[in-house]
Design a protein. Structure first.
Length: 554
């Protein structure tokens, strides 16, 4: 089940000025499509060449990991049976969406009524909110199925995408590392980590940001292979037609690769990500640059003489058009409920604010633009204090996990004082080792230029680094869910290096298997130990205190 983790990198030309002569000048048939594809992709694992039993495990392992994660997320999902933390905003907004298609205000102390299924606190006036609609529509989807008074229904969509993310992470790890075992480990870590579990069991927005960004990254990884197949096919065809014309413009700059469907899929996912929270804009920027960089490198390895210029002229414009406008259209579509309304917040702003010279822009779009300007001012100026405010630097060590829910009832657990807690802390072993793996991967990429390490680091960076630009802004540890899948992929990458290659001596593989197996078992045991404080189980107060390894966790 384990295939080679790190195949040798495909050969690349020594000089940027001489690659064309290395193979384009060969006589007809010297480089076939298959040979060029191997040059671009290395020794690839072909799914259909593996035994049937391994093909079965290729799908069964990710599904099994997702099933484990689904059990941890869906069992007793309705507990606590009350709004917790920022559910007070998003769940009530989602109900308002079901009623009117946009956010409406609520009376004071509406939570008490809402918790018992009394929605009479909903006002007829619009409410000013600062997050786009997609995540709240996702929450509304579960409420529509199971009823607006069902706490299970509030959290259903978040638990669903949290479970699906396990499947995506496992399949993505299998593709990146060419190993069913490592794919299963990646899926297992995503399934049992407390940070991911708590986010999946709570109706907040960040879990949807993570999921849609993860889908976009997976789509671009698929597009990387698709683009290289297209490049190999079209270059080989050109060479077979014009074997002695290596100086032709098409061969000097490389061929056009056309519209690539996986990039369109990534654009849709990124539009949904940004339509949940504006932090998705960083993923659009980072992933857009990443996919173009992959194209530049593909032309270089293929031997195209002017590989950088060729990619800049022939790949970048199409990449932009198949990602950015698609993401923008998807984002605007998510505001359909607001567009269709007549009294959504700020909906009629353009009618009372004529703009000479800009009247050619439809009024609803000008109103939406003003809405966004005000929301941007709110986000950049948010610096109010909060007991669980956590600077982004502290996320590496889980310096200040967010407490979503805490009650301390008496005489309900066989002790005088009990605790029911939901804390967003992750599995300490997975989180601390994952943070160390990210640091290691930076050095590994610098030394080895492994594209998988670079892709993982890019995805992590756009999910994390932007928060460092706002040291005074009120931010929380649970925002880190956006980059957690890539932290786990970095950790599994390092475990793959410990495990070794199939060509290594048996003793080396055995030692690696023992160390990796010990790490996995310890991670599972730690998750079992911390699970009660991720799911609001009733435990003794002293047992809860025993989980608070750092004073800042309380």
């Amino acid at each position: 089940m384990s295939l080679n983790l790190l195949d040798p990198a495909p050969p690349s030309p020594r000089s940027a000025k001489k690659p064309a002569a290395s193979w384009l000048a060969h006589p007809r048939g010297a480089f076939s499509y298959s040979q060029l594809l191997r040059r671009l992709q290395g020794n690839r694992w072909r799914f259909l060449d593996t035994p049937l039993s391994l093909r079965l495990w290729y799908w069964l392992t990710p599904v099994l990991m997702a099933a484990i994660g689904g059990v941890l997320r869906f069992v007793n999902l309705g507990d606590p049976k009350t709004l917790v933390f920022d559910e007070t905003y998003y769940v009530k907004d989602a109900y308002s969406f079901l009623v009117s298609g946009y956010e409406r205000g609520w009376t004071e102390k509406a939570n008490d009524k809402f918790n018992i299924g009394d929605f009479s606190g909903l006002l007829n006036t619009p409410e000013y909110v600062v997050h786009p609609p997609v995540g709240k529509w996702m929450i509304a989807f579960g409420m529509q199925i199971f009823g607006p008074s069902s706490t299970f229904g509030w959290r259903f969509s978040s638990a669903l995408v949290g479970t699906l993310s396990i499947l995506v992470v496992a399949l993505l790890a299998q593709k990146l590392f060419r190993s069913t075992i490592l794919g299963g480990i990646a899926g297992l870590f995503m399934a049992i980590d407390g940070h991911a579990i708590v986010q999946s069991r709570t109706a907040l927005l960040d879990n949807f940001v993570m999921f849609f960004a993860l889908l976009a990254f997976a789509a671009l990884v698929m597009d990387r292979d698709d683009g290289r197949r297209r490049l190999a096919r079209r270059l080989a065809l050109k060479l077979s037609i014009e074997p002695n014309k290596a100086d032709s413009k098409a061969l000097l700059y490389g061929p056009w690769l056309g519209i690539r469907p996986w990039r369109i899929a990534a654009g849709i996912a990124l539009g949904l990500c940004t339509g949940t929270k504006w932090s998705g804009l960083f993923f659009i920027l980072g992933f857009g640059l990443l996919t173009v960089f992959w194209d530049i490198n593909a032309r270089r390895i293929a031997g195209v003489r002017y590989w950088f210029t060729g990619a800049l002229l022939k790949d970048s414009p199409i990449a932009f058009l198949t990602i950015v406008p698609v993401a923008l259209a998807t984002y605007l579509a998510s505001w359909t409920g607001w567009f269709l309304s007549s009294d959504g917040w700020g909906r009629q702003w353009a009618a009372s604010h004529p703009s000479p010279g800009w009247d050619w822009i439809p009024g609803p779009l000008r109103s939406l633009w003003n809405y966004h300007l005000e929301a941007y001012s709110f986000h950049t100026g948010l610096d109010s204090d909060h007991p669980y405010k956590a600077n982004a630097w502290s996320w590496f060590v889980m310096g200040r996990p967010t407490s979503f829910y805490a009650e301390y009832p008496d005489n309900q657990c066989g002790s005088d004082k009990c605790a029911q807690v939901v804390s967003s802390m992750g599995n300490p072993l997975i989180w601390w080792a994952g943070s160390a793996a990210l640091v290691f991967l930076i050095g590994y990429w610098i030394l080895r230029r492994d594209w998988r390490a670079g892709g993982i680091l890019c995805a992590w960076a756009v999910g994390y680094l932007p928060w460092l630009m706002y040291p005074n802004r009120t931010i929380f540890f649970f925002y880190a869910i956006a980059y957690e899948p890539y932290m786990i992929l970095a950790l599994v990458f390092c475990l793959g290096l410990v495990l070794g290659k199939p060509k290594d001596p048996p003793w080396r593989r055995q030692q690696g298997a023992v160390m990796v197996g010990f790490f996995v078992v310890l991670a599972v045991l730690l998750s079992a130990y911390f699970y009660p404080i991720w799911t609001a189980e009733t435990i003794t107060y002293d047992y809860w205190r025993s989980h608070m390894w750092m004073p800042s966790w309380i």
